[in-house]
Design a protein around this ligand. Structure first.
Ligand SMILES: Cc1cc2nc3c(=O)[nH]c(=O)nc-3n(C[C@H](O)[C@H](O)[C@H](O)COP(=O)(O)OP(=O)(O)OC[C@H]3O[C@@H](n4cnc5c(N)ncnc54)[C@H](O)[C@@H]3O)c2cc1C
Length: 470
């Protein structure tokens, strides 16, 4: 199609969205909401790319993936070549295609979007990679360089740790990943629900990494079960810390001690995983007939809201202190939540929770807000409106106010931390402890899959350079 149509005509072609399951059907299970293109639709949608000389989509992608070139290959029906190209700069393009907030990254930058809807880059990335895995019978094994005799310990099996492990292994280093939880994957498994990313997609990646020769040791919390110095003493030549930022950043409010007030991440973990993958002592919540209120406006809040809908809560409300325009998460996810029946109270903040004699939360008292001047993040700060108090009934509260760094215990103060509890690193991702590197949410604070991958890849380059110098 791109051969026949000129740039102007292509700019006018309507976007072909990937198929999506009906809200009534999808809220009855935890399967993925979006379905895959067929080959014809992928070709047509990729043909809408106008092949910019200096593609803004690639600049907006933290991995600077070769988006334009794999769109061109897709438009030519060369799906295997397109997939191979997308994999050359991303350690999990099939996951990026599913959960990257494209509407804030590549698709927001797409030139076609100036007057029309942008090219559906994420859905095409998912299609070409799933197509390739089907055709090739799995993820293709890359070349591994001859052994260097060096051993690296990766702490934390989230996307940052996994990307770093893969890159180092390909360079010929021996790699062992230590993970505190029962299964590798980090927030991709213990956080992001199956309706955005089915667990089988992550499991397939882990199997591939094992086949590549990476060793995984789960149920080990570094800093508790063994120290960073122990790892060096065991013979590891370098360490990468990909420990994430999973410590909740909740305000202290009266009534938070009532039964029925929950933190977001444990709620998502216990309701989105099979029993055998759960940390000990966790079980599902019964939300049938419950009135759920989720506080926060990011990806975590959206995931809690949509999980509550699937657990058959009678009412699910999102309470967010700014307006819809200023929500931090993906706009698509907000749209999906609305379709699934979630109600939104914008410009609202909680003041206290009140409960019954049995100590169970029953009501929330809130205050209305207005927006003032932009803050450091560039978003308008919310300002309370005096005398605007109001109450509503809720008997299951989920706090999703965000996360901060949760670093490994700092042995002898050797690891410099920022005031946000994140690791300080230099350009090569080395911390203040020589030979210890870090990246992902543990350095940036809660961020994105794609930035964690980027950090893992950059750290692998830094570690390789370091290993060759010692
Ligand atoms: C609910 C939710 C939804 C999200 N949705 C999206 C989305 O749609 N799109 C997107 O791009 N991003 C999303 N994110 C953000 C994204 O998941 C993270 O930015 C990304 O996972 C960070 O990767 P990481 O490897 O740095 O850390 P993590 O994924 O947090 O992994 C850290 C790993 O380290 C382990 N660990 C920690 N300390 C130790 C220790 N001392 N010893 C051993 N192991 C340790 C942890 O158990 C964990 O497995 C979401 C986050 C959440 C919480």
């Amino acid at each position: 199609m791109s051969e026949k149509l000129g740039k102007r005509e292509r700019l006018k072609l309507p976007r072909i969205n990937p198929p999506i399951r009906d809200p009534e059907e999808r809220i009855a299970d935890f399967r993925e909401v979006y379905l895959e293109y067929d080959a014809e639709a992928a070709i047509q949608e990729a043909s809408r790319c106008v092949e910019c000389k200096n593609p803004p989509c690639e600049r907006a992608c933290p991995l600077h993936n070769h988006i334009r070139d794999w769109l061109i290959l897709t438009a030519q029906g060369k799906f295997l070549e397109a997939a191979a190209l997308s994999q050359s700069l991303s350690n999990m393009p099939e996951v990026c295609g599913r959960i990257c907030p494209q509407d804030r990254l590549c698709e927001e930058a797409c030139i076609v979007g100036a007057k029309n809807q942008p090219v559906a880059i994420g859905a095409i990335e998912r299609f070409i990679n799933e197509y390739a895995f089907r055709e090739l019978g799995g993820i293709p094994m890359p070349q591994v360089a001859p052994s260097t005799g060096k051993q690296v310990a990766i702490v934390g099996a989230g996307p940052a740790g996994l990307a770093c492990a893969e890159e180092l292994r390909k360079m010929g280093h021996s790699v062992t990943v230590f993970e505190a939880l029962p299964t590798p994957g980090g927030l991709l498994v213990y956080g992001i629900p199956g309706f955005k990313l089915e667990k089988r997609v992550v499991e397939r990646r882990i199997e591939y990494l094992k086949k590549l020769g990476i060793e995984f040791i789960c149920h080990v919390k570094v800093g508790q079960d063994l120290s960073l110095q122990d790892l060096f003493d065991q013979g590891f030549h370098a360490i990468f810390l990909g420990t994430g930022a999973q410590r909740p950043k909740n305000p202290k409010l009266p009534g938070m001690e009532f039964k029925g007030v929950h933190e977001a991440l444990p709620f998502l973990i216990r309701n989105n995983l099979d029993e055998e993958e759960l940390p000990p002592g966790m079980g599902r919540d019964d939300l049938r007939g419950r009135k759920v209120a989720v506080f926060g406006g990011g990806d975590t809040a959206m995931d809690c809201l949509r999980t509550s809908v699937r657990l058959q809560a009678s009412k699910v409300v999102c309470v967010y202190r700014r307006d819809e325009e200023n929500m931090p998460g993906s706009r698509q996810e907000v749209k999906r939540a609305k379709e699934e029946g979630v109600e939104f109270h914008f410009l609202t903040t909680p003041v206290r929770f009140s409960g019954d004699e049995e100590g169970h939360v029953r009501k929330v008292e809130c205050l209305k807000m207005r927006l003032g001047e932009p803050d450091q993040s560039g978003r308008q700060s919310p300002i309370p409106i005096e005398g605007s108090h109001f109450e509503f009934e809720a008997d299951f509260i989920i706090l999703a106010f965000g996360f901060e760094g949760d670093p490994v215990p700092n042995e002898d103060g050797k690891l410099k931390l920022t005031k946000w509890g994140t690791y300080e690193v230099d350009e090569g991702k080395m911390t203040s402890w020589r030979g210890v590197f870090a990246g992902g949410d543990g350095v940036r604070g809660a961020d994105l899959l794609v930035t964690a991958l980027k950090d893992g890849r950059d750290a692998a380059v830094g570690i390789d350079r370091y290993l060759r110098s010692v």
